[in-house]
Design a binder for this molecule. Structure first.
Ligand code: IPT
Length: 974
């Protein structure tokens, strides 16, 4: 006999979103639940209706089988927009891996007479539930839990066989076409719980900044009509609130309420309430109890309540009446060992890191994240844009108005709202991502607006048609990757009708995020702009064993740290599991590496978001400002640091003034600024003064800096000496294995490649320039070498003049780029040193990597790092390791031999073990072989990074014009 669930063929029936599934609710069921996590019997079938009966292996729950040995025949696959199969919606491919999970469950004897519920945390993408061979239910919606009432199919004290069948591809896959790895399995915990037949069916808590608290409960009795005399009580921080005994009257007077549905309402006002915000995540413990007519407790639900208001006034989004800046990031549930399954500890670590780097908001791109994430956001203080699991990208237009999918859209949005509405962190509902705009969105927005008028709703696809519209499915204009100039123009146009907060901006793929500081300068100075969400949090590199190409697995062998993998492993991206349809390294576009090592951009972001800033005013001296929205500065401590060019560094404790948000004050410096010592910088190191939930005391929060004095020019006086060049006009020097030559090329960044810029450079022949010496002249001690560098697009003239100076050689360089070379990667010098030097010390910006358009977070100072730690191991090797604004540097070996270079002006410098061609040739970090010496670049100019892999290219001020470029440097032996 055909199984009725299979007979429905629910994997090709978009109208079927569930069967036998309980309504979503926000009742907390963790206490007393029976976890079913662990190893389950497992079979991977080729198609959903293949007979079960082969050999069982085992699979771990929660987990995706694509990441486990049981799923060796069905590895992960990465596609962005395109579907991994050719079938049109609602069809799925004939080959459709289907995982059958099975295990025995012993139903506790003391559950007799109780209502027994199965909760499946997440199943990707269609779930069929059977108990002892009997059909129980169906669910879709891969990132929300599904609950089924098992009371009639299991018996307390007896053993049952629970089978969860998960079909990988379905009609639902077409609306789960997010830019991420395709996985399949039971990716969140599975549990069983029991309640009294008389139970809380839902609890809805609303708490405002005026202390107003509103609790609405739905009550049901599984036996039928509700008994007379039940009531609900609530306890806030140990204090009992009014019990609602009004239900009978409500039932009697309100014809809409039947004997079968009880509604209890509790209203109170908490005096002198401590309000919740991302800066002040004040939470109150709330326990809601349902009492039987005899007063005993039938059901309990615990919540943590944050009192806060979200509202849109005019074109501003206000949190507790304040126009807050949204410093957000897009976050997927991702882990390099387990794929879509994330642990509480991992989520906490994600959020703690975000807080430490100045973020205050998360968009749960592009589906409701694991439930624990919202608890953590409440507790640590992060605003959440909660996004429904809808992205129909590849077939967006067909689906947005296909009536067969209407139910699925409303189902997914409403279930998310019903799950998450009690979280103070959730401030905005999002209808999904990249799904065109159709009637389904209006239907879903209508449901949300009616059901939860306390929060705005947003949908990028609706608002993009006209940012100034007032009648679509979005209360916020939330574009993606809009040039900041367009946002400013809109805010100044007089047409702005609603907040403008980019749902995605500044694409963090590889070495990227150029002009973040310029972007924020515009946001902070333009009323109407409030920020946005960087794309994205984490590189989705899966830890892969190179030997057999399989995911390394849960145990974590092969993790190393600092962003790189242990030998024999690599970070896999699209194509690395043998997929023929894939989108390569586009999956690696986070501000942290797969192992959560911060990328340099995070320091940039931290500084841009600094709660404390300093300025140097001619009359007032140093002025300090509190740039928070809600807090004073008492949770912070400071230390002044004065860096002089002559190498002196003075430090002194800083007294942070008592400033309210938005206030500034002049502050005295606790030391005299020396009159000598050259260029002088004042840095305020700001640290956490008392332990915060996200940072122990002493954690650095920001390092604002001002320049107190400019450089005093000291340039070398020529002395008699000898400079040797060979027949090709190349400098001969005992410490250099490759003489200084002109460099116009860099190993293309992901932005350079995907933005088409590298292709242009290759067309011009920048990567294969041929050098030819034209003339070598001696003039006194001075040697001038004229050379030409020929590429397909023309010839670059280059002159080097070598002058012996006290203890070394001064090199003056000049390059003339013809008009056709108007936008190159860099204009500068490259040379290579002998093996030995392994430490770089420099006076300039640092200590982390910085580039011309990403240098706001790297203060000027005296920095030192081992050469091997200067390089940033972006997943696909590319230009990296640069330091901006370098005035001089020393490269030394352990025996103190080495060289020092003094630059004429602050310049872009990089010291690595790799030539640009080494980086260009490698696809993964593990393929790189470090050279024994150092490859040193000194650039007169270096093209900014921009964000062209998705979004605007490097902005004009950071591009390199044609014409003449001049730079000078002095090389000395230590
Ligand atoms: C945008 C997507 O929303 C996001 O999921 C991701 O793919 C991002 O781009 C790029 O990494 S959509 C893009 C077509 C603008």
């Amino acid at each position: 006999m055909t199984d009725p669930l299979l007979a429905l063929r629910p994997w090709e029936a978009p109208e079927v979103t569930s069967w036998g599934r309980l309504a979503m609710n926000a009742v907390d069921r963790r206490a007393g639940a029976l976890s079913l996590d662990g190893d389950w019997r497992f079979q991977l079938l080729p198609v959903p209706d293949a007979p079960v009966g082969g050999v069982w292996s085992s699979a771990y729950v929660p987990g995706a089988w694509t990441m486990q040995s049981a799923g060796a025949d069905d590895p992960p696959q990465y596609t962005n927009v395109r579907m991994p199969f050719a079938e049109f919606p609602p069809r799925s491919p004939a080959a459709n891996p289907t995982g059958v999970y099975e295990r025995e469950v012993d139903i506790p004897a003391d559950w007799s007479g109780r209502r027994i519920v199965l909760q499946v945390g997440a199943a990707e993408s269609v779930l069929l539930v059977h108990v002892d061979g009997r059909p129980v239910g169906i669910s879709k919606d891969s990132h929300l839990a599904a609950e089924f009432d098992l009371s009639s199919v299991v018996r307390a004290g007896e053993r049952s066989v629970l089978r969860l069948t998960v079909v990988k591809w379905s009609d639902a896959s077409h609306i789960e076409d997010q830019d991420q790895w395709w996985h399949a399995g039971l990716t969140r915990p599975v549990l069983l719980y029991a309640t009294d037949p008389l139970h809380l069916a839902d609890v809805d808590v609303r708490a405002g900044r005026d202390g107003g608290l509103r609790i609405d409960c739905r009550v049901r009795d599984a036996r039928g009509a509700l008994p007379d005399g039940w009531c609900v009580s609530a306890e806030l921080e140990g204090e009992l609130l009014t019990q609602d005994r009004e239900f009978d009257r409500v039932n009697a007077e309100d014809e809409r309420v039947s004997d079968f549905l009880g509604e209890a309402r509790i209203r109170t006002t908490v005096p002198e309430v401590r309000t919740w915000s991302a800066e002040t995540p004040e939470l109150y413990d709330l326990t809601v109890r349902l009492h039987r007519p005899d007063g005993t407790v039938a059901d309990t639900s615990r919540h943590r309540v944050g009192f806060r208001d979200v509202e849109i006034v005019g074109r501003d989004l206000l949190l507790n009446g304040e126009r807050v800046f949204v410093r957000g990031v897009n976050r997927h549930d991702f882990h390099p060992l387990t794929g879509r399954t994330v642990s509480y500890e991992d989520m906490r670590a994600d959020l703690v890191l975000l807080k430490r780097f100045g973020f205050n908001a998360i968009r749960t791109a592009h589906y409701p994240n694991d439930p624990a994430l919202y608890d953590l956001a409440d507790e640590l203080g992060l605003y959440v844009v909660d996004e429904a699991d809808i992205e129909s990208h590849d077939h967006a237009h067909e689906i947005a108005d296909d009536p067969r999918y209407l139910n699925a859209f409303v189902d997914r949005v409403s279930r998310m709202v019903l799950r998450d509405r009690n979280h103070p962190s959730v401030v905005i509902w999002s209808l999904g991502n990249e799904s065109d705009y159709g009637a389904h969105h209006d239907a879903a927005a209508g449901w949300v607006r009616r059901h939860d008028p306390t929060r705005p709703v947003q949908y990028e696809g609706a608002a993009k048609l006209d940012w100034a519209a007032t009648d679509d499915a979005s209360d916020i204009a939330c574009p993606m990757y809009a040039p900041i100039e367009d946002c400013v123009a809109h805010a100044l146009s007089g047409r702005q009708t609603r907040p403008l907060i980019q749902c995605e901006y500044s694409h963090a793929m590889g070495n990227s995020n150029g002009t973040l500081a310029d972007h924020w300068a515009a946001v902070e100075s333009t009323p109407g702009l409030q920020g946005g969400f960087i794309w994205e949090f984490r590189d989705h590199g899966i830890l892969q064993r190179v030997s057999d190409g399989r995911p390394a697995g849960r145990a974590g062998a092969g993790l190393y740290g600092n962003g790189v993998t242990a030998p024999g492993h690599r970070w896999a991206y699209g194509g690395d599991f043998g997929e023929t349809i894939h989108d390569g390294a586009f999956i690696a576009d986070g501000v942290v590496f797969p192992d959560r090592t911060p990328k340099p951009v995070l320091y940039e972001h931290r500084e841009i978001a600094a709660p404390v800033r300093i300025e140097c005013h001619r009359h007032e001296g140093i002025v300090l400002g509190n740039h928070q929205h809600f807090r004073g500065l008492d949770w912070l401590a400071g230390e002044w640091e004065l860096s002089l060019a002559d190498g002196r560094v003075l430090t002194a404790p800083a007294e942070l003034p008592d400033l309210r948000p938005g206030e500034t004050a002049a502050v005295p410096l606790p030391f005299e600024v020396p009159r000598t010592g050259g260029e002088t910088w004042l840095t305020l190191r700001v640290r956490v003064a008392e332990d915060q939930p996200w940072a122990p005391r002493g954690t650095e929060v920001c390092v604002p800096q001002v320049r107190l004095r400019g450089p005093s020019v000291s340039w070398d006086v020529p002395v008699d000496g000898v400079v040797r060049v060979d027949d090709d006009g190349l400098l001969v020097h005992p410490l250099l294995t490759a003489a200084p030559t002109l460099s116009l090329w860099r190993a293309p960044t992901d932005n350079d490649e995907l933005g088409g810029i590298a292709a242009r450079w290759r067309d011009w022949g920048l990567d294969t320039l041929v050098r030819k010496v034209v003339a070598v002249r001696q003039d006194g001690g001075r040697t001038t070498v004229d050379a030409q560098y020929a590429g397909a697009a023309g010839v670059v003239r280059h002159r080097q003049t070598f002058t012996p100076v006290e203890g070394g050689i001064r090199v003056d360089e000049e390059a003339e780029l013809p008009e056709d070379f108007h936008d190159v990667a860099r204009v500068g010098t490259v040379f290579e040193t002998v093996p030995g030097p392994d430490l770089l010390e420099w006076f300039g910006q640092g200590p982390w990597e910085s580039y011309p358009d990403r240098s706001a977070g790297a203060p000027v100072g005296h920095h030192a790092l081992p050469v091997d730690e200067l390089f940033t191991p972006y997943l696909r090797p590319q230009e990296s390791g640069g330091r901006h604004g370098v005035r001089r540097f020393t490269l030394s070996a352990p025996d103190a031999t080495g060289l020092t270079v003094e630059l004429d002006e602050p310049r872009q410098v990089s010291v690595t073990r790799f030539r640009a061609e080494d980086l260009t040739a490698a696809a993964h970090h593990d393929e790189l072989v470090p050279r024994p010496g150092c490859v040193v670049h000194l650039d007169a100019v270096h093209r900014g990074l921009g964000t062209a892999s998705c979004g605007p290219d490097t902005s004009l001020p950071y591009r390199i014009p044609a014409g003449v470029h001049r730079w000078s440097w002095t090389l000395r032996v230590l």
